[in-house]
Design a protein around this ligand. Structure first.
Ligand code: NAI
Length: 304
């Protein structure tokens, strides 16, 4: 039997001691599970870190391993949820639905600034052809697009045309990022890779903010390189994500600058947020905990 205590505060170095007396903590993408937190969790006697998300770049895995702690995740809960959001961002930023909504509410029925481009017969480039990337590939095909894929570890079973990263950048009209954030993928989208893209490209990032060098993205947007940009994740998001800061003065201008562009659409890490995904996340997280308790093989362990 698993006893769960819900705390309002998020997991960070200062709150880790609240886990004292428990075997496990459950954390999310916006938790700070860095070195200090892992140390504090170890001191509190925690043996298991249950990540209730797919990515785990916010966890100091080496330190956790060093303490003999186990970290599990939920590798896949609804790849379609994220892929559908990626397409929603591409469509919104492309067709300016967010602006049209406000215009119509203000009795402004003009079409000024609303022109988009067809996706039909265009080329989609999927960077990272895992579960979400392949779901996005299927969606793009449904739109009548040609789909190219780039992956560091191409999967021969995937029904996708693999090309090099440079070929993908040069040929795609829509580029969607679906690879994890690692040392190799950090700032994958930067001044050089942006220069290799087609003029008028649409870029969507629902993976991790660190994949994109935001300053260089802004530079590209200013030069008119992008037809549209859709971001569900961005660098610096950890201080803001899931917080209502509507009454505060933002201390960083990066987000304000991004939002000042008419062809940029930003959401706050909500790609995963569907009813089906939340149900799957809770079920799989509890299965991970139960398997740990029973000493069974942990299929979703990342500390192996
Ligand atoms: P996955 O593990 O199924 O696929 C990732 C793919 O990226 C794999 O095919 C892998 O070979 C590839 N890859 C690894 N290193 C690469 C590199 N250097 N260059 C190119 N490709 C590389 O993961 P899944 O489930 O498709 O998730 C992808 C990412 O989406 C996660 O890492 C996470 O960061 C993000 N995500 C975002 C969510 C949101 O709410 N916005 C929710 C869930 C995941």
């Amino acid at each position: 039997e698993i006893e769960v205590e819900y705390l309002k505060t998020g997991l960070a170095a200062r709150t880790a001691s609240l886990a004292k007396g428990y075997d496990a903590v459950c954390a999310f993408v916006n938790s700070d599970v860095g070195t200090k937190t892992v140390e504090a969790l170890h001191e509190a006697g925690v043996k298991l870190i249950l990540m209730r998300c797919a990515g785990f770049n916010n966890v100091d895995l080496e330190r956790a391993k060093g303490y003999g702690m186990t970290v599990t995740r939920v590798p896949s809960y609804s790849p379609e949820a994220v892929a559908e959001h990626a397409m929603a961002l591409a469509l919104t930023a492309n067709r300016h639905t967010h602006k049209a909504y406000i215009k119509c509410r203000e009795n402004d029925f003009s079409l000024n600034g609303l022109m988009g481009v067809d996706l039909y017969k265009k080329t989609a480039g999927i960077i990272g052809t895992g579960k979400i990337g392949m779901a996005m590939a299927r969606i793009c095909r449904g739109f009548g697009m040609r789909v190219l894929g780039y992956d560091m570890y191409p999967n021969p079973n995937n029904d996708i045309e693999y090309v090099t990263l440079d070929e993908l950048l040069a040929q795609s009209d829509l580029i969607s990022l679906h690879c994890p954030l690692t040392e190799q993928t950090h700032h994958l989208i930067n001044r050089e890779s942006i220069a290799k893209m087609k003029d008028g490209v649409i870029l969507v990032n629902t993976s991790r903010g660190g994949l994109v060098n935001t300053e260089e993205l802004i530079e590209g947007i200013r030069k008119g390189k992008f037809f549209a940009v859709g971001l569900d994740v961005y660098e610096e998001e950890n201080d803001k994500v899931y917080e209502d800061l509507s009454g505060t003065i933002l201390q960083s201008s990066t987000m304000a600058r991004l939002l000042s562009f008419p062809n940029v659409m930003v959401t706050s890490h909500q790609g995963f947020f569907t009813r089906e995904a939340l149900e799957a996340i809770s079920r799989i997280t509890l299965e991970n905990a139960a398997a740990f308790e029973k000493g069974e093989t942990l299929v979703n362990e990342v500390t192996k």
